[in-house]
Design a binder for this molecule. Structure first.
Ligand code: B12
Length: 221
């Protein structure tokens, strides 16, 4: 395997094995070897976090292990994110993002936020466990073009539909493009609740957002 391949693998391994020092060392090596920061995040850190998720599903890891894995992942992000290449098209679109009330999982939401920022979106992060009405307030306060709703729990999926009806009640639904995502969410669910789009990863989220917003802009011309 190439040297770069080994560095990416060690980044993933460091996150999966809760070895923060290995992550820090490999993240620095990635930069020294001119591996793009985005590639190091997506093909290193995120791969490791997904592997940690698989080990949790297999009951080899439990909550404490996952927390250490996510600490290691964020330590790597701190080194890599300042080196992300950002587009010049800064702040063309404003986005509001958050995790539905009742759910505190925010790793995926944070990745979507980061990728949107890298793509030039101005992102307002409402955080996690966000009361449903706050999404509507967020869209209004920031005059947002895009609303990104995330949830990892099946018990909180219905909150997404509720946010959409709150937007309708306030006559904001046509104005804002709504994207949904997270573990239990599917394209079928997104269509069912009347969201505009869905993606199963952060890069896909940016792609779908840009497609939908550009289409809307053309239609308004
Ligand atoms: C890490 C994790 C945790 C961590 C969370 C740390 C944190 N700050 O986020 C900790 C240990 C704290 C945790 C706690 C709990 N967890 Co947990 N957790 C996970 C785990 C293993 C991985 C999630 C993760 O971070 N994946 C990595 C990221 C990168 O992927 P992602 O989140 O899917 O995000 C990507 C996409 O989905 C997408 N995406 C995400 N959001 C959005 C939004 C938009 C708009 C778009 C377009 C795309 C998009 O892009 C992201 C990046 O590529 C999952 C299982 C799994 N394999 O998913 C269980 C899981 C989600 N947890 C689960 C449970 C039950 C819990 C607890 C209740 C456990 C407990 N007994 O206490 C608590 C939750 C408390 C609460 N009310 O919130 C269940 C949920 C079951 C269900 N169907 O509802 C799961 C599925 C595990 C399981 N099989 O049982 N958990």
């Amino acid at each position: 395997m190439s040297n770069n391949g080994e560095i990416l693998q060690r980044l993933a391994q460091g996150v999966r094995d809760m070895e923060e020092d290995l992550v820090l060392e490999s993240a620095k090596k990635a930069l020294e070897s001119n591996i793009p920061a985005l590639k190091a995040i997506n093909e290193g850190l995120v791969v490791g976090m997904n592997e940690a998720g698989r080990l949790y599903e297999e009951e080899e890891y439990f909550v404490p292990e996952l927390l250490l894995c996510s600490d290691a992942m964020y330590a790597g992000m701190d080194i890599l994110t300042p080196h992300l290449e950002r587009t010049d098209d800064q702040n063309k679109y404003r986005a509001v993002i958050g995790v539905i009330e009742g759910d505190t999982h925010d790793i995926g939401k944070n990745l979507v936020k980061l990728m949107l920022e890298v793509a030039g979106f101005q992102v307002y992060d409402l955080g996690r466990d966000v009361p449903l009405a706050n999404f509507v307030t967020g869209v209004k306060d920031h005059d947002a073009h895009l609303l990104c709703l995330s949830t990892l729990m099946s018990t909180t999926m219905d909150g997404m539909a509720e946010v959409i009806s709150l937007l309708e009640n306030d006559n904001l639904r046509e104005k804002v493009t709504v994207l949904v995502g997270g573990g239990p969410i599917s394209k079928a669910f997104a269509d069912h609740i009347g969201a505009d789009g869905y993606a199963n990863n952060a890069n896909g989220a940016v792609r779908v957002a840009q497609q939908l917003l550009n289409k809307k802009e053309v239609a308004l011309r």
